[in-house]
Design a protein around this ligand. Structure first.
Ligand code: GAP
Length: 514
């Protein structure tokens, strides 16, 4: 645990030191769970967004993208159920005065039990090698069976209690499991109560006539209310999707995990409209397709797992998370939800307008069912950034910090370095930049010895360093150094664009999904 904490602290300090993420309003001591992206963070975030958009919108003939406003008519949130049901169960510790999400306390406890089972499984795998049959072991080993049953029992009971609003039982569960405040060990808890996560604000200058509004807690509703606009103007045929990326706001009860849980964050969502009855087929399709998208980034298959929901949101008939192995363990990265016709029907009822589709093949009108994919951009950022940050020991015993970001996402694709600041080398380096900057984000760096510049670019995550030396003046060649292997090749300046493009093009990375 201490190792995990240290690793997470490193991630946070590296993100600050290298211009990726700053605490919001830092000079005023910051704002809790709100963060600003710096010069490199903004680039990385944009690249993740574009990687998603390319894959989801431009690579699908039947998916289009929109950009709806953050402010929406307040009835939107009545219809969607957020006014009445977008709550988290909170609990306070009477001794430490700290506030927690009751469900998260229970889930973390259940996860620890699950991890005990995993540990036994890994031990047995190491012992039996190729002969190991995991399913058989899980079904026969009493200790593992008990751990897994206990884990399931806890999560199922919690889901039932939350479903039926039995908050007294949620508290009883916390007490029975002897869950303590993780920081102080105190088990002196208040009752559990519900807390609505939406931020309210006002529209209009005159206090008397001002309209109560909410900052949107999800981008999805901007898609639902535009369903017919897009379907008609785009002449879209079911099945089709509408995607968007944008800010969402939630007054999170506990927000202590850097950019994992923020009060202002960005989502990348897609609603896929299908014929009623066909939703499970598309639910499975999108589960698989979204996992492939994540895997294409090469962060390691072992870092992902599916978690099927026990407790379904008020709008869903099936839901799963893609969980990622963050520095603090496996947590939700993306949600895939079968939302039925809940949202469109609710908007029909509240607006009095029909939100139906005429299916020419069936010759009938219906309200389509919806399968949603929803991933947090900031969580993607954290997944990519934390997994890429490595301390390596080199052959000569020295160490280096390298941020081995997937090259397609790296903020700067290449740094061009004149070996010395004289003899015309800076001019040649500038010419190379002039040529490459049309296609890639490139940087110029002439300060310090070249070895130090390599290390700086490694820590920034730049996949290539291009060094201009005296030989360049004679034969128009440079050395190109690869961040991850540190291998250096001598190549002609004219080859640079092709070499960089092969490693960073969205096309080559997305082809890995096939
Ligand atoms: N439209 C469905 C929806 O909003 P959700 O599971 O509440 O579903 C989807 O959120 C994704 O948004 C999550 O998987 C997560 O990646 C991201 N997300 C949710 N709350 C967040 C927060 N407070 N901070 C950062 N990301 C968040």
């Amino acid at each position: 645990m201490a190792k995990q904490d240290d690793q997470f602290k490193n991630v946070i300090s590296h993100a600050k030191e290298y211009g990726y993420i700053f605490q919001s309003s830092e000079i005023y001591d910051g704002l809790s769970a709100v963060y600003d992206y710096g010069q490199n963070g903004a680039e990385l975030k944009k690249n993740i967004r574009e990687y998603w958009w390319k894959s989801m919108v431009q690579m699908h003939e039947n998916i289009v993208g929109i950009d709806a406003a953050i402010f929406m008519h307040p009835t939107t949130w009545k219809a969607s159920g957020h006014v009445d049901a977008f709550n988290d169960p909170l609990i306070d510790n009477k001794d430490s005065k700290k506030r927690f999400r009751a469900d998260v306390l229970i889930e973390d406890h259940a996860e620890k039990i699950y991890q005990k089972a995993q540990k036994e499984i890994e031990k047995a795998r190491a012992k039996y090698g190729d002969a190991f049959n995991e399913e058989e072991f899980k079904a026969t080993n009493t200790r593992v069976k008990d751990y897994l049953a206990k884990n399931r029992e806890i999560l199922e009971r919690m889901a039932r209690s939350l479903e039926t609003e039995n908050l007294a039982d949620v508290k009883a569960l916390i007490e029975e499991l002897e869950i303590a405040d993780p920081d102080t060990g105190s088990k002196n808890w208040t009752d559990v109560r519900q807390f609505n996560l939406m931020f309210g604000t006002k529209l209009g200058a005159e206090a008397a006539n001002a309209m109560d509004l909410y900052l949107r807690p999800e981008t999805a509703q901007g898609i639902f209310v535009n369903f017919l606009n897009v379907q008609k103007t785009g002449r879209m045929k079911v099945p089709f999707g509408i995607a968007q990326t944008g800010k969402a706001f939630r007054n999170e009860i506990v927000a202590r995990q850097f950019i994992f849980r923020m009060r202002e964050f960005e989502q990348m969502e897609m609603q896929f409209f299908v014929r009623p009855g066909e939703e499970m087929k598309y639910y499975e399709y999108w589960k698989e397709t979204r996992l492939k998208w994540h895997l294409s980034l090469g962060l390691g298959k072992e870092n992902y797992r599916f978690h099927d929901h026990e407790k379904l949101a008020h709008y869903a008939n099936a839901a799963a998370d893609i969980e990622f192995n963050f520095p603090f363990g496996f947590k939700e990265l993306e949600g895939i939800h079968s939302r039925t016709d809940f949202d469109l029907k609710a908007h029909e009822e509240h607006s009095g307008k029909k939100l139906q589709y005429f299916d020419p093949e069936l010759n009938e009108n219906y309200v389509p069912y919806v399968v949603e994919t929803s991933v947090g951009l900031d969580r993607m950022f954290l997944a990519v950034f934390s997994t890429s940050l490595k301390e390596e020991t080199l052959e000569d015993g020295s160490t280096r910090t390298v941020l081995s970001l997937p090259a397609v996402l790296a903020p700067t694709k290449a740094a061009v370095l004149p070996l010395v600041k004289k003899d015309g080398l800076p001019d040649v380096a500038r010419q190379i930049i002039e040529d490459l900057k049309w296609d890639f984000n490139v940087a110029y760096d002439e300060k310090d010895a070249v070895g130090r510049r390599y290390r700086r670019q490694d820590a920034l995550g730049t996949p290539f360093c291009i060094t201009v030396d005296h030989q360049t003046l004679e034969d128009q060649t440079v050395t190109i150094r690869h961040r991850d292997t540190m291998a250096q090749d001598r190549v002609a300046i004219s080859e640079l664009r092709g070499i960089i493009n092969d490693e960073v093009s969205v096309r080559n990375w997305l082809l890995k999904m096939k």
